[in-house]
Ligand binder design. Structure first.
Ligand code: CAO
Length: 416
């Protein structure tokens, strides 16, 4: 089956997570993604957090599947010549170097545009161009702090907290992928490439937009009724950390189930949807609450919401998180067990849908990764192993017109 992005050639100058997550997804969808890496070293994640000595780390393999690897020292004249040839025949160049690195390499946007007017140059940076922090290098948690996620995550009596979800890295990569596809569509119409820039701060903030909503509500009315600080606690003039509160129109919380004393994940997330009040009461055996004016409206429940959660926890005491959800789902109550990575890795539904896939790697053997979270009716996404460092160097140089003697000389000089 042909893939929609077949025929799109991408120079992948990305490293660590933000950029590689973007180009990996484009590779899954059919683009020819050529990962350009420094000879001898490669992407730093190849050797970070290794679980098997001498073998590419999972950090690398899980973010670079379906790509080809070209080693190239782009700071040498010969390396620049190879990169120039590649630029002339590629569609997209993606990079997430520190600020200014591509320019210092001699490949400014103006120069790239001269070489190939159809080229799309896509960049991830910590902060956007012109921002007063634009010179900063940024990693995941730095972005979560800069984008408003950390100040609003965690509990009121604890410090700002970062999320395990890669809001700064992979999330920014997903934004960049949308930008690249949009620029490719624009190029179909105009024939012209363009620069696409996404900052990690902006991408985090985009996912925190409900917190900006809350800041404005707080400014106006002085309290936020869906936060655990309401109505008994205090609000300052900034959006507080809301713990596990629902955050939308329906209260929710993480509730203990059978075994919580020894199992740190024996919990479910329980949501009290306004119109589902009667089924909730029926499910937990509190029918008397259905028509009780002290409980029957969301407003009436607000000041005793944690007592209600306490009553639900009483009901949960003799049920595992899975048993509880199996009962609650019959009452149409939005809920989920708190799932561990181990449970997710072995979840038969995720295996069947291709969300968790087993992939073969030349040196490590089989490993698990997260496959495409996007499902298409006309395309099955096939996740292949990540390339070894420089695995496709010779093949790519041949395609650029270099003969075997020239290639041998480039190896000799450590250009590739
Ligand atoms: N050949 C020759 N030189 C190369 C090369 C190649 N193939 N690939 C990279 N380099 C050089 C760069 O040109 C740069 O050189 P100069 O600084 O001398 O111009 C140098 O390697 C270092 O690049 P860097 O600044 O990107 O790397 P770093 O390890 O110091 O910083 C990071 C890493 C992630 C903090 C930085 O790249 C960054 O802020 N990126 C933007 C934000 C981002 O994407 N962060 C998310 C990373 S995922 O958590």
């Amino acid at each position: 089956m042909s893939k929609p992005l077949e025929g799109i050639k991408i120079i992948d100058f990305t490293h660590v997570q933000a950029g590689p997550a973007c180009t990996q997804m484009l590779a899954w969808f059919g683009a020819d993604v050529i990962k350009v890496e420094r000879p001898g070293a490669g992407d730093v994640t190849r050797s970070q957090l290794r679980d098997i000595p001498g073998v590419d780390a999972l950090y690398f393999t899980m973010l670079n599947s379906n790509k080809r690897s070209l080693t190239l020292d782009t700071k040498t004249p010969e390396g620049k010549e190879i990169l120039t040839k590649l630029i002339k025949e590629s569609d997209v160049l993606v990079e997430n170097f520190g600020p200014g690195a591509l320019d210092r390499m001699g490949f400014t946007w103006e120069h790239i545009r001269e070489l190939n007017p159809g080229m799309i140059v896509a960049s991830v940076k910590g902060f956007s161009d012109g921002h007063h922090y634009e010179d900063l290098k940024v990693y995941e948690n730095v972005a979560q702090c800069a984008g408003g996620a950390a100040s609003t995550t965690g509990f009121d009596d604890g410090p700002p907290t970062v999320s395990a979800a890669a809001l700064g890295d992979s999330n920014t990569g997903m934004h960049l992928a949308i930008g690249i596809l949009t620029a490719l569509r624009a190029r179909d119409v105009t024939g012209k490439g363009q620069k696409v820039a996404v900052s990690m701060q902006d991408s985090v903030l985009n996912l925190c937009r409900v917190k900006l909503r809350d800041q404005q509500r707080l400014d106006r009315v002085g309290y936020l009724e869906e936060y655990p600080q309401y109505p008994h606690g205090k609000f300052s003039d900034v959006v507080p950390r809301g713990g596990n509160a629902g955050g939308g129109g329906q209260p929710g919380w993480v509730l203990k189930c059978k075994g919580w004393e020894t199992d740190p994940n024996a919990y479910i997330y329980f949501t009290i949807q306004g119109h589902a009040w009667a089924p909730i009461c029926r499910a937990i055996g509190k029918e008397e609450w259905i028509d009780d004016p002290a409980y029957m409206t969301a407003q009436a429940r607000q000041d005793k919401i944690f007592d209600i959660f306490g009553t639900i926890e009483e009901w949960l005491k003799d049920k595992t998180k899975f048993e509880a959800v199996d009962i609650l789902r019959k009452f149409d109550i939005p809920c989920s067990p708190v799932l561990t990575m181990k449970e997710l890795a072995n979840d038969p539904s995720l295996r069947a849908s291709g969300t968790i896939v087993e992939v073969d790697h030349k040196e490590r053997g089989k490993y698990l990764t997260v496959g495409s979270p996007i499902k298409f009716s006309d395309m099955k996404v096939e996740v292949k192993g990540s390339p070894l460092l420089g695995e496709h160097t010779d093949e790519i140089l041949e395609q650029l017109g270099y003969n075997s003697q020239q290639i041998a000389a480039l190896h000799e000089q450590r250009v590739v």
